[in-house]
Design a binder for this molecule. Structure first.
Ligand SMILES: Cc1cc2nc3c(=O)[nH]c(=O)nc-3n(C[C@H](O)[C@H](O)[C@H](O)COP(=O)(O)O)c2cc1C
Length: 214
C-alpha cells in the first residue's frame, strides 16, 4: 500500500445536533435525516448495515436497502433462508447502521426483527422490476453455487416460464420489520467532539434521551 492510512483524516464541520432541537420521537428525527440524505443526493441513501447474531453469539453484518418506514418500524426485504434469515429465525435481535458520510452523520438502531405479513411482502414484490422478481425466485441466497453460468441458466429458464404472467413471490423471500428499542444519532463535529444522542425505549413506551460522550 502506497498511502499511509494514518495520514487520512478529515475534520467534521458540516453541522451540529442541539439538545433543545431534539424531538420526543426518534422516528421523526430519523425521517428528517433520511430525507436530508436523499435531498443531498448521497449514494444509496437507504443503504443500511444489518447486524445479526448466530446461535453461538457470533455477529455478522451485511448491507441491505431500507424499503419502508411505518408504524415506528424499519422495513427491509431479503431471502428468509439466507444466512441472516436463518440467524433471525433463531435470534430476533438485530442492529441497523446507517452511515451518511457526505453529511457526517450516522444512526445506530437496535431492536428485534419479525417477518412482515405475507400481503405486505406481496405488495412490495409486485412493484419490483420483472428481472429482480425472477432473480429473487432463482437465487438460493447465501448458498454455495457452482458457477455464474448455473445462475444465468436458472434465470433464463425462470424468465421464460413467467413471460407475460404475474411473477409470484417465492415463499422464502419477504420483508422484516425492525422494532427499535435503542436509537443513537451521531453528528460529526470538529476536534472529534461529536454530538451523540441516545434514545432508549422505556417500559411505559416513552423515549428517554441522553447525550453520550464522543
Ligand atoms: C448497496 C447494497 C444493497 C443491498 N441490498 C440488499 C437487500 O435489500 N436485500 C438483500 O437481501 N441483500 C442486499 N444486498 C446484499 C447483501 O449485502 C448480502 O450480500 C445478502 O443479503 C446475503 O447476506 P447474508 O448471506 O449475510 O444473509 C445489498 C448489498 C449492497 C452492497
Amino acid at each position: 500500500m502506497r498511502t499511509n492510512l494514518a495520514d487520512i483524516r478529515q475534520e467534521y464541520t458540516k453541522s451540529g445536533l442541539r439538545e433543545n432541537e431534539l424531538p420526543g420521537d426518534p422516528l421523526s428525527l430519523f425521517s428528517r435525516w433520511l430525507q436530508e440524505a436523499i435531498d443531498a443526493e448521497v449514494d444509496e441513501p437507504t443503504a443500511v448495515i444489518v447486524g445479526t447474531v448466530s446461535p453461538e453469539g457470533k455477529p455478522s453484518t451485511r448491507t441491505v436497502l431500507l424499503k419502508g418506514l411505518h408504524d415506528g418500524k424499519f422495513i427491509f426485504y431479503t431471502n428468509y433462508e439466507s444466512r441472516k434469515g436463518k440467524q433471525l429465525a433463531q435470534n430476533p435481535y438485530i442492529s441497523l447502521s446507517f452511515v451518511w458520510h457526505a453529511l457526517e452523520r450516522q444512526v445506530h438502531i437496535e431492536g428485534t426483527a419479525a417477518k412482515v405479513e405475507p400481503a405486505e411482502s406481496d405488495e412490495y414484490f409486485r412493484i419490483r422490476p420483472y428481472k429482480s422478481r425472477i432473480g429473487a425466485r432463482i437465487s438460493p441466497q447465501s448458498q454455495p453455487i457452482k458457477s455464474r453460468m448455473q445462475l444465468m441458466r436458472a434465470f433464463v429458464r425462470e424468465a421464460a416460464r413467467w413471460l407475460g404472467k404475474n411473477v409470484e413471490r417465492p415463499a422464502n423471500w419477504g420483508g422484516y420489520a425492525v422494532t427499535p428499542t435503542r436509537i443513537e444519532f451521531w453528528q460529526g463535529r470538529p476536534n472529534r467532539l461529536h454530538d451523540r444522542f441516545l434514545y432508549t425505549l422505556q417500559p411505559d413506551g416513552e423515549w428517554e434521551i441522553s447525550r453520550l460522550a464522543p
